[in-house]
Design a protein around this ligand. Structure first.
Ligand SMILES: Cc1cc2nc3c(=O)[nH]c(=O)nc-3n(C[C@H](O)[C@H](O)[C@H](O)COP(=O)(O)OP(=O)(O)OC[C@H]3O[C@@H](n4cnc5c(N)ncnc54)[C@H](O)[C@@H]3O)c2cc1C
Length: 465
């Protein structure tokens, strides 16, 4: 197969790379293994006819904030915001709400109002320049000294384990739980370095751009990118899995794959092969999608307006469940990340809902009962609303998308080591030792999320030659 540039894989990173190359005048061929385009942006009728479910990403904060998508200025994609970005219900107390406005959020945190404004609020005040820096950790960096000062301040708190920041700086059950729920998106033991940073970045995103969904489903974003590629003369082929690099005939090849697949498809120099083999995958997820006959009956009605809900109770409970998962065990009361797109978008054919919990990589345990029990804990009567359900454990996730190795939805562990060595230590880790061959998946900086930044960076390097 020949072209000026071949992009393998159509996740957000592959799609951004393909469009960036095509806009620069390259004849681009995009090859996708699955029957549909989008990778983590795919939507499908997973439960009942007419019900639109996002198979992967729904919450598009990273997309909206990303320099890659801001530069693309795509037409025809509409973002819909829920009344409240996120909620964290607690037993016997009102839920904690993350509003767009940091001050309003702080008001719900009592004695922790000040510390919220000094951490997440300060990151939010630093705004998009700080977020740009975090999404482009290897540069090019903005020149404003103020941005660096704010980044340094963010770095001091963000480098800490979430448990340390929560116990040292926060005093209330609400504040500590909120930070834990945010930080647990990292799929790391919350006693690990930089987990506070993940939590604060996500909170800052809620304040700066919100946590919206794509109206009609995330697939619309993938479809818009494919349409843009085709309008520029590019070709996109689905149902074509690339097994060996030797199949491809192009001066530029951009791979939206993770290190394990790259190792299997290419003859690599021994040193690079050894370095790549050290790359570690993280825990997996067990994901459930439901079709409901009405909204989730939350005990605290304020949770109904939230797009994302963190379930798992207090800091101590969430930290324990994430420590169990990191040690290779299943938690009986896991942290559950739940998304109710209908809070923002009524166009998905009714009330659809998804949630996942973290499980050891490659786990085969059915977590349906424990996940639903966590929802029932905060929304008694939930199960009576379920019309149909669809479950995907690590094996099913990986079968649908080979990048989800063992159910790891982040393309590799997001630890401190793999923040700087992603997938190898290099000032330009998107470049590989093979001439003209680049990696762009979430196994490259800045890591997981539907931001497309790996694709932008790889395409720019490819264009530079
Ligand atoms: C259940 C779930 C929920 C998530 N929720 C969110 C969220 O709310 N917000 C957010 O920002 N992120 C979320 N994410 C993470 C986000 O989806 C990923 O970080 C992002 O999609 C990674 O993009 P990517 O382009 O690197 O790879 P992917 O999106 O994984 O795409 C890779 C593509 O490459 C294809 N491919 C792989 N190998 C080959 C091959 N050999 N030949 C041809 N094609 C190949 C795959 O089929 C796939 O389509 C979620 C992920 C999952 C799974």
């Amino acid at each position: 197969m020949s072209a000026d540039a071949i992009v393998v894989g159509s996740g957000p990173n592959g799609l951004v790379a393909a469009v960036t190359l095509a806009r620069a005048g390259r004849k681009v061929l995009l090859l996708e293994a699955a029957e549909g385009f989008g990778g983590g942006l795919r939507s499908a009728e997973l439960t009942l006819p007419g019900r639109v479910h996002d198979v992967g990403a729904t919450v598009m904060a990273m997309t909206l904030a990303s320099p890659a998508f801001r530069e693309l200025e795509l037409k025809g994609v509409e973002f819909a915001h829920p009344p409240v970005p996120a909620a964290h219900p607690l037993d016997g107390r009102p839920a904690v709400l993350v509003h767009r406005d940091p001050r309003r959020t702080a008001e719900g945190l009592g004695r922790d109002a000040g510390v919220w404004l000094a951490t997440a609020g300060a990151a939010a005040r630093a705004g998009l320049p700080l977020i740009d820096l975090l999404l482009k950790p290897l540069g090019p960096w903005p020149r404003q000294p103020m941005t660096f000062a704010r980044a340094a301040r963010f770095g001091l708190a963000g480098a800490l384990p979430a448990t340390t920041l929560a116990l040292r700086a926060f005093r209330t059950v609400e504040g500590r739980a909120l930070l834990a729920g945010m930080a647990a998106h990292s799929v790391l033991d919350l006693r690990s370095p930089i987990t506070a940073g993940y939590g604060l970045l996500l909170a800052a995103l809620a304040h700066v751009v919100g946590w919206p969904v794509v109206r009609g489903g995330s697939q619309r974003l993938a479809d818009a990118l494919v349409a843009e590629l085709r309008s520029l003369g590019g070709e996109a082929v689905s149902g074509h899995r690339v097994r060996r690099l030797a199949e491809l005939d192009a001066p530029t090849v951009v791979l939206d794959v993770t290190p394990r697949q790259f190792l299997a498809m290419a003859d690599l120099p021994a040193g690079y092969r050894r370095r790549l083999s050290r790359y570690r995958y993280g825990p997996g997820v067990f994901k459930l999608d439901w079709a409901l006959d009405g909204p989730v009956p939350w005990r605290d009605p304020a949770v109904a307006g939230a797009g994302t809900v963190h379930l798992g109770g207090t800091l101590e409970e969430i930290a324990l469940s994430e420590a169990e998962m990191a040690a290779g065990r299943h938690s009986p009361r896991p942290y559950v990340l739940l998304v109710q797109p209908y809070a923002a978008d009524p166009t998905r054919g009714g009330y659809t809902l998804w949630a996942y919990c973290h499980v050891p990589n490659g786990s085969r345990l059915d977590m349906t009962e424990v996940v639903e029990a966590q929802i029932e804990r905060f929304a008694p009567g939930f199960r009576e609303r379920v019309l149909a359900r669809h479950a995907m454990g690590p094996a099913e996730l990986e079968a649908a998308n080979p990048n989800l190795v063992g159910g790891d939805i982040g393309g590799g562990l997001a630890s401190l080591v793999q923040f700087v060595r992603r997938p190898v230590w290099s000032p330009a880790p998107w470049r590989t030792p093979l001439p003209g061959v680049f990696l762009c998946s979430s196994s490259t900086p800045p890591g997981p999320g539907a931001h497309g930044m790996g694709g932008l960076q790889a395409a720019r390097l490819a264009l530079r030659g």
